[in-house]
Design a binder for this molecule. Structure first.
Ligand code: PLP
Length: 402
């Protein structure tokens, strides 16, 4: 029988501390988050009672379909869009692939330019290069300034009637920089009215305010595991009539646009997680911002460099560097203390340099030393104090010399 050991000792007694138990501090919430207990409870009901196939015609199927459609309505309402504009997928990577690969099929000789941001997630960058080869598209890369913000004057220069798709993120996963999505959208609509606009909002949801009316995208993607929901479920918002073709064909689910039996427990979990994510958003932002400032202060006192532009960032993300110490050495030393941070995007952590830092003009020792600390609404003051104390100890141990 499979035995699952509990690894999370968030609440430990003084006796246990004396016996050598260590607080586990998870500070890699941009990679993924812990599932909220209320989300698990909601999913459990589906797994054990309403587990029918939502496409079956009997009552058990109808009950599952009802949960799925209720969840679609909840998510649509939270985003301020129509239920029929929400499609369930396996996550943001699939949603991004779906949009990019199906829009690419509309390319013609006169409409063949893709504009993608230099600091996008690999899901956008790699897919762009792949479809460019398949459909003979031109890729225009939008640069950023030293804070990681997209350059609007450069965007304006690239926008013309040949643009098929603009794919940009609302907040960066590696450094937390917020993008001026509303201004970007206005520029796209005025200079390239036929272009599709895809917004990767994966890192924004539950951490900063999102205004879909002002952003006015054709497509927007979310992934539940980034906001205390389950892994393997995400959504695509596609404005009515905009998504041209399915990516996955088969049984005709999701109104013929995304085949495969829907992940109903995941969908219900995502809707619950979304409700919880927006419930106390302002209070949570304030708490995470407070932690971000405490970390920044300590890093500066210790002689490190704060890379994240704190006045224009997600409240939960702070990327810092201790030049001369390699980021992955610091990550490993902290990991031994049960403190979990990241060097850069978890999906590409084997690569040595970050394309995001490179695009921001950050090179050499600062880039090699970068670590990302990402909190969540579940992070506690106790965890942050323990992290800051341990960081100082670990840096001394590694011989950091400011
Ligand atoms: N976009 C951004 C900005 C991300 O941070 C991530 C995940 O790190 C993704 C897309 C891909 O999400 P998923 O791996 O859940 O498909």
């Amino acid at each position: 029988m499979l035995t699952i050991l509990p690894h999370h000792f968030a609440i430990i007694t003084t006796d246990q501390q004396q016996e050598g138990f260590k607080l586990e501090v998870y500070l890699d919430n941009n990679a993924t988050t812990r599932v909220d207990d209320e989300v698990l409870d909601a999913m459990r009901l589906i797994y054990i009672y309403d587990y029918g196939n939502p496409n079956s015609l009997h009552r058990k199927g109808n009950d599952a379909a009802q949960h799925m459609e209720d969840s679609r309505r909840i998510l649509a309402k939270l985003l301020g869009v129509k239920s029929k504009e929400i499609f369930f997928t396996s996550g943001a990577t699939e949603s991004i692939n779906w949009v990019m690969r199906s829009v690419a099929r509309l390319a013609s000789e006169k409409r063949n330019k893709l504009i993608i941001g230099a600091v996008e997630h690999k899901a956008v960058l790699k897919t762009a290069h792949d479809i460019a080869k398949i459909h003979n598209l031109d890729i225009a890369i939008l640069p950023v300034d030293e804070k990681g913000v997209y350059l609007l004057d450069e965007l304006e220069k690239k926008l013309d009637e040949t643009v098929l798709l603009v794919a940009l993120m609302s907040a960066n996963n590696e450094v937390g920089t917020l993008q001026p999505v509303e201004e970007i959208s206005k520029l796209v609509r005025s200079k390239a009215p036929r272009a599709f606009l895809l917004v990767d909002a994966v890192q924004s949801f539950g951490k900063s305010k999102m205004d879909l009316e002002a952003w006015n995208p054709d497509f927007l993607v979310l992934s539940a595991h980034k906001f205390h929901g389950p892994k393997g479920i995400g959504l695509l918002y596609a404005r009515e009539g905009r998504i041209p073709f399915p990516l996955i064909t088969g049984g005709g689910q999701e109104r013929g646009f995304r085949a495969g039996t829907q992940n109903v427990p995941g969908i219900v979990g995502m809707a619950k997680a979304a409700e919880l994510a927006v419930k106390d958003l302002e209070k949570n932002i304030e708490k995470m911002r407070k932690f971000q400032k405490l970390i920044a202060k300590k890093v500066e006192t210790l002689g490190g460099v704060v890379i994240t532009p704190l006045n224009n960032s997600l409240p939960n993300t702070i990327t810092v560097s201790f030049p001369g110490i390699l980021g992955h050495h610091l990550l490993n030393a902290l990991s031994l203390e049960k403190i979990y941070v990241s060097t850069h995007s978890a999906c590409s952590s084997s690569e040595s340099t970050s394309h995001v830092l490179e695009a921001m003009g950050i090179k050499g020792k600062i880039a090699l030393g970068a670590i990302r600390i990402s909190t969540s609404r579940m992070t506690t003051e106790e965890e942050i104090s323990f992290f800051l104390e341990t960081l100082e100890k670990v840096l001394k141990f590694l011989g950091f010399d400011r």
